[in-house]
Structure formats: structure tokens, C-alpha cells
Design a binder for this molecule. Structure first.
Ligand code: CP
Ligand code: NVA
Length: 298
């Protein structure tokens, strides 16, 4: 079905990415400038927990004059086995946009293929593109254009790391990644963006001279049973003051949250001056509002 979706950052162009960032910054200062969405409904299908993503979408739709409809998998017929494609066809006839948080990225793609309204990835096991809209808005606000800068990902080669790889390609920054052996990002994606993305052998090497350090939990949603094994395997990959000392003097620290103080990040760093995590969290709302404007109005 020919309809605009946002399943990964590859669904937008570099100039659209920059437009969303600029618009999010504008709407943050002047919310009254937003294009109204009166009478429009965004359905939220969440098969995993969420605070930021869900609240950002619900508040954004409210502020635009529309409404958001939250559907947990337990409450809808999806949870009882109604086919994804049938759910997509039905919801398309009633709502104007659908945001989905699920495990398998293929479920999201299947839904989008059968939806006649825009579908947004609110996080899958493979990608978290909405978070990158907010992260990049936050970098632009604090430091200006990220083009040509060095950015460092420390920790798990997970959904967030994959979205950083896509962002590096679109916004033209150098991405250095340090992961424990066996936790590297998707090899195909790495190969596709080899000119901008490097796998480093130590966190120190990855952080040297960098303008932005980013990390995430060591066990993502759905990996709870691996928590204790991962704690051991990620030893030495904590982002803390000692590691940040290798970065550029004005380097920022980001984390999509929720964070585990004392695991992937020290409490001092997360709560310290280099950390912009609370701006990053707030910007989820402004950037998702800018995304909704784009998708709802074409
Ligand atoms: N960062 C993020 O997506 O947070 P939630 O899981 O609370 O939505
Ligand atoms: N990688 C984390 C991100 C949470 C926002 C997860 O998937 O659980």
C-alpha cells in the first residue's frame, strides 16, 4: 500500500531528518505554530513497556487537538492471535496513524504493508528511530550541526546502536562503536555504512576525541533472563568520568533511558554536567510531534 511509514530512519531523507529537528526546536519554543490535528486519532499498539514514547505520543496528539488510543497487546484481539494484517486493515479504516512497539521488526513491517495509514516504529528489537529524532534535536540544541563530528556508542550493539548507525549515514557523522565480543551490531548494517562506522577494540579508543558519548542498558526488554550473564560480559564497558576523560572537552553524554546507575553508566555521570538526558527525554515529545505533523499532513 503506498503510504508514508516511519519504520527506520531509512524511511526519511537527510533533509527531512534535518527538517524534523528544526521543526521540533521551533515547536518547543512556539507550540502554537503546530499544524492542528483536530479529529485525528493515533493508535498506539504497545507489546512492551514504555514511559517516554507513550507519554510523548499521547501528549503530542492532545496538544495538536487530536487524540491517542492506547492498545496493549493483552487487551486487543492481536494478543489472542488475530492476524497482524487483519488488524492493520481494520485500524486503517478507523484511525489516522498507528505507532507500534513490539519485539519482531518483521511484525511491524507486515503491519505497515497492510496499513493504508502511516505506521511509526515506537521500538522493535532491531531499531528505535523515534529516539534518534530526540537525540539529534538535543545535540543540535546544545552544540549545533553534528555533521563531521565524532560520536561514540558504548555497550550493546542493540536497537539503539542500529539507529545510531542509520543516523550517522543520514547526518554525516563518524560513529565509533565499542561492544563486548559477541554483542556487536548487525554485520550487514555495519558493512553498508562502513565508510562512517568503525568497530573499536576498547571503549577508550572509541571515546578518544569524541563529541558525544551514548550508551544504553546492557539487557534490553525481552532479554531479562540474560541480565546476570550480561552483567558479567559487559564488565569494563561502563561509561563514567574516567572514560569521558578521553573525549573532547565539550563532549555530551546521552542515554535513551531508563538507565541503570552503577551498571552501564555511573550515577555521577548520568546526574552530572555533561549529561543531557533530561533534555533528551523532553525532546521525545517535541520531535514526535514534528514527526506526526509530517506523517499526518503528508
Ligand atoms: N527511551 C524510551 O524509549 O523510553 P520508554 O521505554 O520509556 O518509552
Ligand atoms: N534497548 C532498550 C531501549 C529502551 C528504550 C530496549 O530495547 O529495551
Amino acid at each position: 500500500m503506498s503510504c508514508r511509514h516511519f519504520l527506520t530512519l531509512q524511511d526519511i531523507s537527510a533533509s527531512e531528518f534535518k527538517q524534523i529537528i528544526a521543526r521540533a526546536m521551533e515547536l518547543k519554543n512556539s507550540p502554537q505554530l503546530a499544524t492542528r490535528a483536530e479529529g485525528k486519532t493515533l493508535a498506539l499498539i504497545f507489546e512492551k513497556s514504555s514511559t517516554r514514547t507513550r507519554v510523548a505520543f499521547e501528549v503530542a496528539m492532545n496538544q495538536l487537538g487530536g487524540s491517542a488510543l492506547f492498545l496493549s497487546s493483552n487487551d486487543s484481539q492481536l494478543g489472542r492471535g488475530e492476524p497482524v494484517e487483519d488488524t492493520a486493515r481494520v485500524l486503517s479504516r478507523m484511525v489516522d496513524c498507528v505507532a507500534i512497539r513490539t519485539f519482531d521488526h518483521a511484525m511491524l513491517s507486515k503491519f505497515a504493508a497492510h496499513s493504508s495509514v502511516p505506521v511509526i516504529n515506537a521500538l522493535t528489537d532491531d531499531y528505535h528511530p523515534c529516539q534518534l529524532l530526540a537525540d539529534m534535536q538535543t545535540y543540535f540544541e546544545h552544540r549545533g550541526d553534528i555533521s563531521g563530528k565524532r560520536v561514540t556508542w558504548i555497550g550493546d550493539g542493540n536497537n539503539m546502536c542500529h539507529s545510531y548507525i542509520n543516523a550517522a549515514a543520514l547526518l554525516d557523522f563518524e560513529l565509533r562503536i565499542a561492544c563486548p565480543n559477541g554483542f556487536e551490531p548487525n554485520a550487514e548494517l555495519m558493512a553498508k555504512h562502513a565508510s562512517r562506522v568503525t568497530l573499536c577494540s576498547t571503549p577508550e579508543e572509541a571515546v578518544t576525541g569524541t563529541s558525544l558519548v551514548v550508551t544504553d542498558v546492557w539487557a534490553s526488554m525481552g532479554q531479562e533472563s540474560e541480565q546476570s550473564e550480561r552483567l558479567a560480559r559487559f564488565d569494563g564497558f561502563q561509561v563514567n568520568a574516567e572514560l569521558m576523560a578521553h573525549a573532547a572537552s565539550d563532549a555530551l553524554f546521552m542515554h535513551c533511558l531508563p538507565a541503570h546507575r552503577g551498571e552501564e553508566v555511573s550515577a555521577e555521570l548520568l546526574d552530572g554536567a555533561e549529561s543531557v538526558v533530561w533534555d533528551e527525554a523532553e525532546n521525545r515529545m517535541h520531535s514526535q510531534k514534528a514527526l506526526l505533523e509530517l506523517l499526518l499532513n503528508g
